[in-house]
Design a protein around this ligand. Sequence first.
Ligand code: FMN
Length: 351
Amino acid sequence: MRTKSDINIKFCARIRGVRQETNGMIETRFTREFNVRHPIVQGGMQWVGRAELVAPVADAGALGFLTALTQPTPEALVKEIARCRELTDQEFGVNLTILPAISPPPYAEYRAAIIESGIRTVETAGFSPAEHMPAFKAAGIKVIHKCTSVRHAVKAESLGVDAVSIDGFECAGHPGEDDVPGLVLIAAAARRVSVPIVASGGIADARGLIAALALGADAVNMGTRFLCTVEAPVHENVKRKIVEANERDTTLIFRTLHNTARVATNTVSREVVEILRAGGEFDDVRDLVAGVRGREVYETGDMERGLWTVGQSQALIDDIPTVAELVARIVAEAEDLITTRLSPLVSAEGR
Ligand SMILES: Cc1cc2nc3c(=O)[nH]c(=O)nc-3n(C[C@H](O)[C@H](O)[C@H](O)COP(=O)(O)O)c2cc1C
């Protein structure tokens, strides 16, 4: 039987600005400037971005991010950073997601916890990182701002971020309201942005990495793929569901509220869409969308308990590897794609 990963994509592109070495390394501006072995990022994931996952990502030579707001308090984040350091001697970062909230978390205190813990790299996401930039820069921290549009990437660059991570419409979580998929978004951003670009959304394997590099990105960010690894601290049912699922098994919620999120299709996400489509307001779905119910999905494996975040890239996922296996496989297959599939496409006259 053909598995989802048997489907190959033919590339007809030259990879520019990428030095590819023979010992399983692809070196880009991103790997040099962020001092990581591989151009692969594991972005922030609410309830998932904990030390158990981030430490093996760091050990594998990729850039992993603990998710600040998964920790209930800034003090708990300090402890989580220390716990992660006990599990790895490699560098890792912290994601600070800035979202609209009726009673926002104490962002300044989380920021202080990150700085005081000596973290060298931060992934900001959601709203503009403007208010956090002076403190991070004063502490010598590199900031990667994750956004969903070219205009926000340009804005982030003008604020002094060190890289932008750009989520295409395929992504898990918040794809924004423009509905522009990565194939256009990354290439369009590469025309306007000078700092390194991390392509995010819809990437789960070497084909995605190579495509992203061809589009002008310097690295890739993956959420869904890392969620489906041995070390991801979520119930086995979540991982099995991802392996079974295809590209049509996600649902966009909160469209009418202009705060779109891509989540798994289940009874809860269907009900939320129906209520809002019928003219409902946030208050009408507040209980259904409660974060604690989503957290219970990951903890108990009851896949209908609440909303859980996943992207269209689940269509490309067939297995539950360890993080080390995953990263090594992506790098090896990327090297193979360049040498055995792409290079031969260039005719002798074209060289
Ligand atoms: C379970 C899960 C939770 C996520 N939570 C966050 C979050 O709290 N903050 C954030 O910036 N991004 C979050 N994301 C988005 C990822 O960091 C990443 O941008 C996205 O997953 C990329 O798309 P992909 O899933 O197709 O790889 C989450 C993604 C997943 C799968």
